[in-house]
Design a protein around this ligand. Structure first.
Ligand SMILES: Cc1cc2nc3c(=O)[nH]c(=O)nc-3n(C[C@H](O)[C@H](O)[C@H](O)COP(=O)(O)OP(=O)(O)OC[C@H]3O[C@@H](n4cnc5c(N)ncnc54)[C@H](O)[C@@H]3O)c2cc1C
Length: 412
């Protein structure tokens, strides 16, 4: 289902209790939770719809547990999706299961693949049932409005119109290139990343019934996300090597993809131009202090996540739940002060940093060395061990599926 959200413009929304910049997983979930508790909230999304295909697709067991707590799980599972109970990688000519989710004690012991635009459309439609939720599509936060050193709103533009939205609290949930983080002069710690991603699609032939999630061989790595009628592919390259890959020609690129994914040449023929291959730069970073007077950051704007492990959406949602649990009682008493806002980072920083460290370890020590090794790649010893001992497959399943410090909805 490739539904596109109806653009909603509401130029009357000029003051609110909470203005959230960014309608991604973090922003929409926080907007939903605040509105559900009767708190007036405005979410600004700069694009006219949620349809941006470079967003990941994985909804993990931890997020589905939250959806159950919110009474939304049944409706969510009714959306077209696919389910992965075991994560299997094909390395060289061997296959290894690295995570088996089936033993997790959680309502949905699998990873659900659902295009992110379907997920965001679903969640925002649920949020719109609450009159306190206002979503302004095609509306970009361009600056922060400050008074006496405190943030009191955002400057925004929608088409040719520019205006201010006054708010008791501004939340930056506007992703890795966050305007709120830049305008709020938040200090960012950058973490070096050795990989980038080439993002393209391959139509499904009907004959391919792939069980593997990822393929690694001959200095290349490919992850394939099931989007029903096509595979969304992430081809991982060494950072800064895109021009080199291009200079080797499209024919060579197609050959590498087909060989890696065990597909016939005809299956990748549709990649007939570099325009069909999107270059995505991978970033990992962390904001030192996530809050200042009147403003706080959550999700990728506070800590850009690598695509490794496909956990970023889920961590953004966990941040939103933690923020709602902290903010809702505080909104009940007045305007959340800086001490309250700091509690969001205090709650989420450890789990996020742990996961980022794991992502960086996997990028630097496992993926990056494999990308420079030519010829048939042999299965690393630890994957061989995990592949042979099913009990061990439960550990990565827990780390990826549930994550560190999972949150639960406490607000009514
Ligand atoms: C190539 C790649 C693949 C990935 N695959 C996966 C995956 O499979 N699974 C997974 O869990 N994670 C994946 N991730 C990570 C994941 O995409 C992010 O961690 C997650 O989307 C963060 O959610 P967010 O809500 O914080 O930010 P975002 O999803 O980035 O959402 C921010 C929103 O804010 C909007 N916005 C930006 N600026 C403004 C502004 N000034 N005003 C108004 N709106 C604004 C944007 O349009 C966007 O809708 C991947 C990342 C990359 C780079």
């Amino acid at each position: 289902m490739e539904t596109i959200s109806r653009p909603i413009k509401n130029p009357d929304a000029r003051s609110t209790r909470c203005c959230i910049a960014g309608g991604g997983p973090a922003g929409i979930m926080l907007g939903y939770l605040l509105a559900r508790s009767g708190i007036d909230v405005v979410v600004l999304e700069k694009w006219p719809d949620f349809f941006r295909d470079f967003r990941g697709d994985t909804i993990h067991p931890s997020t589905m547990e939250l959806l159950k707590e919110l009474g939304l799980l049944e409706k969510f599972l009714a959306l077209p999706h696919s389910e992965m109970t075991r994560m299997t990688f094909h390395v060289g000519d061997r296959e290894a299961t690295v995570a088996d989710f089936r033993h997790l004690k959680t309502p949905c012991p699998f990873i659900a693949f659902i295009p992110q635009w379907d997920f965001l459309t679903f969640l925002s439609e649920e949020a719109k049932r609450y009159p306190q939720f206002r979503l302004m599509m095609e509306t970009e936060a361009t600056d922060l409005v400050k008074e006496n050193g405190r943030v009191v709103g955002v400057a925004a533009k929608s088409g040719a119109q520019t205006f201010e939205i006054r708010a008791d609290l501004v939340i930056g949930a506007d992703g890795r290139h966050s305007t709120i983080r830049e305008k709020g002069a938040f200090e960012v710690e950058e973490v070096g990343v050795p990989i980038d991603v080439l993002w393209f699609r391959i139509e499904r032939s009907g004959a391919d019934d792939k069980q593997s999630f990822g393929y690694i061989n001959d200095g290349a790595a490919l992850v394939m996300l099931d989007r029903h009628t096509y595979w969304q592919c992430a081809f991982i390259i060494e950072k800064g090597s895109y021009e080199k890959v291009k200079s080797q020609g499209l024919e060579r690129f197609r050959e590498r993809v087909a060989a890696l994914a065990h597909l016939p040449a005809s299956a990748v023929a549709e990649i007939d131009s570099w325009d069909k291959v999107k270059f995505l730069s991978v970033t990992v970073d962390h904001v030192r202090a996530w809050a200042k007077e009147g403003v706080a950051l959550i999700g990728d704007s506070a800590h850009a996540m690598s695509p490794v492990g496909g956990v970023g959406i889920n961590y953004a949602i966990q941040d939103a739940v933690a923020a709602a649990n902290i903010l809702i009682p505080s909104f009940g008493k007045g305007i959340p002060d800086l001490r309250t806002l700091k509690k969001i980072q205090a709650r989420r920083e450890k789990p996020v940093r742990k996961m980022q460290r794991l992502q960086v370890y996997l990028q630097d020590r496992i993926i990056s060395p494999l990308l420079v090794r030519r010829g048939r790649t042999s299965l690393p010893w630890f994957l061989r061990v995990i592949g042979r001992v099913p009990l061990l497959q439960r550990i990565p399943a827990r780390v990826l599926g549930i994550g560190f410090g999972p949150e639960h909805v406490v607000s009514k």
